[in-house]
Design a protein around this ligand. Structure first.
Ligand code: NAP
Length: 278
């Protein structure tokens, strides 16, 4: 079975560097594809309350019969539950749907600066960690300003920041902030979500040909070589397996540098966390 490197978080827990994401996967489909992912060898799953598929993911976990300590399960607090008590209740409801007694990584899904509750949400996650409901806590989609504010207000540094990141949108400034604080960077949309020509880019396809690998494997291998935790999504059986095998692909320093050159000022594909309002 494919061996997956892991990253040690500042709180001492280890996160498998390559995981499996289930954004936009229906609950019933999620149970089936998560089962396939676990059979392929993934041990890190990334879901969210708002994906509506925590129950299906939980069912796949139970039927797989893999020891709980071998799995790393992430879910996220949705934007409508950032008030302290709402966040505690939302986490308990996620645990119930997943059928788990703890979550390995719980993330505030978006800062939503206009809502003004991103620090309160972070305080709730600190409480959830103290209560033992979640092992590691982090945030997702926090602009640098809101990230700093949450840290300064609480003295607690997120273990992980999950952000949009791929070769066309490399987030160098935010990654530098992470490095200062010892925050692990986790990339969502690592393959560009199919929104651009990333997987047809000649730099990527050229490196893929040289290794007899797929373009997606090259992109994922770049994330891994860059020290980023990543969670590609696929509902296609062959791609589920193909993506995991990226952990076995080692790029040369020149290949990594060539992909580093693909960063674009307009490379963002998803919503801008600074201006998202709900
Ligand atoms: N925190 C956040 O706000 C946030 C936002 C978005 C996503 N996420 C998380 O990050 C995960 C990954 O992001 P994402 O799902 O948006 O985008 P992604 O993983 O970059 O891209 C998924 C798309 O790429 C296709 N694909 C997968 N493997 C492929 C391969 N080997 N070759 C060619 N195409 C391939 C998939 O198609 P098929 O499925 O049809 O195979 C799907 O259309 C999500 O599932 C979710 O867990 C978090």
């Amino acid at each position: 079975m494919t061996s997956i490197p892991s990253v040690r978080l500042h709180d001492g827990h280890e996160i498998p560097q390559l995981g499996y994401g289930v954004f936009k996967v229906e609950n019933e489909v999620a149970a089936d594809v998560t089962t396939q992912a676990l059979e392929a060898g993934y041990r890190h799953l990334d879901t969210a309350k708002v994906y509506g598929n925590e129950e299906g993911v939980g069912r796949a976990i139970r039927t797989a019969g893999i020891p709980r300590e071998e799995l790393f399960v992430t879910t996220k607090l949705w934007n409508d539950a950032q008030r302290f008590d709402d966040a505690i209740a939302a986490c308990e409801a996620s645990l119930e749907r997943l059928g788990l007694d703890h979550i390995d990584l719980y993330l505030v899904h978006w800062a939503v600066p206009a809502q003004g509750t991103y620090v309160e949400a972070w305080k709730a996650l600190i409480e959830l960690q103290e209560r033992g409901l979640v092992r590691s806590i982090g945030v997702s989609n926090y602009p640098a300003e809101q990230l700093q504010e949450a840290i300064e207000a609480t003295g607690v540094v997120p273990a992980v920041h999950q952000i949009e990141l791929h070769p066309y949108f490399q987030q160098r400034e935010l990654r530098a902030v992470h490095a200062e604080h010892g925050i692990a960077t986790e990339s969502w949309g690592p393959l560009g979500q199919g929104k651009s020509d990333l997987l047809e880019n000649p730099v990527i396809t050229g490196i893929a040909s040289a290794h007899g690998a797929s373009p997606a494997q090259v992109v994922l291998a770049w994330h891994l070589a860059s020290g980023i935790v990543t969670i590609p999504k696929s509902v296609t059986p062959s791609r589920i397996v193909d993506n995991l095998a990226a952990a076995q692909l080692t790029l040369t320093a020149d290949e990594v540098a060539a992909i580093d050159e693909l960063d674009r000022p307009d490379g963002r594909g998803g919503a801008d966390p600074a201006t998202k309002t709900s």
